[in-house]
Design a protein. Structure first.
Ligand code: GTP
Ligand code: MG
Length: 192
């Protein structure tokens, strides 16, 4: 995918603040601090289009980005971070679910997992939930640079077993080395 333009559109807490439905949308979902925003920045070749942070819970709204005036990337708030105030945490689930269930232009979801972590209940729920609503998805194992090549393969197989998926469904990625960028784009282009 050749990136001609990538622009922030708006942040929204609820559907009344979403931009009008128009271009096809691809959403990015995953645990807090997993690297959703960093993945988007690498995909669009922009270091700071999306704010990233070593403090989990940075993205607390649904953020829309126009890419090439052709489709929209949607950065969803990360779930599952224990140290976020309860008032914020309570809004996460509904905010993510409201977006995913009600957006007719949503073409697919990129589910991002940390390659070093075994998926937990939230990941199971998200994947089952997407299947239930017949929403297309791809899975990306990020922060691959944190493991040796041997451990990457081992961990990919373990995560696949855990989620009862074929390991070919899990794309290895690193925002640091940009490994896997082309593979992720290829999968996203299938959505479009
Ligand atoms: P929230 O918005 O808080 O949910 O986080 P996020 O999922 O958007 O994560 P973000 O992209 O802000 O990255 C979190 C931290 O992980 C930052 O310190 C990033 O630099 C780091 N990070 C993200 N991707 C990678 C990666 O592939 N490799 C390494 N080594 N670090 C990464
Ligand atoms: Mg973020």
């Amino acid at each position: 995918m050749k990136i001609l333009s990538a622009e922030f559109v708006t942040s929204a807490a609820n559907p009344s603040q979403y931009p009008p439905e128009g271009l096809p949308e691809i959403a990015f979902a995953g645990r807090s601090n997993v690297g959703k925003s960093s993945l988007i920045n690498v995909l669009v070749n922009r270091k700071h289009l999306v704010k990233t942070s070593s403090t989990p819970g940075r993205t607390q709204l649904v953020n829309f980005f126009d890419i090439n005036d052709y489709f929209t990337f949607v950065d969803l708030p990360g779930y599952g971070y224990a140290r976020v105030p309860a008032s914020v945490k309570k809004k996460w689930g509904p905010m993510i679910e409201t977006y995913l269930s009600g957006r007719s232009t949503l073409k697919g979801v990129v589910v991002i997992l940390d390659i070093r972590r075994t998926p937990r209940e939230e990941e199971h729920n998200l994947i089952a939930w997407l299947a239930h609503y017949s929403i297309a998805r791809i899975l990306v194992l990020t922060k691959a640079d944190k493991l040796s090549k041997t451990k990457q393969d081992k961990q990919r197989a373990a995560v696949a077993r855990f989620l009862a998926l074929d390991s070919s469904e899990l794309i290895l990625f690193s925002a640091k080395s940009r490994k896997g960028r082309e593979d992720v784009w290829q999968a996203i282009e299938q959505f479009l």
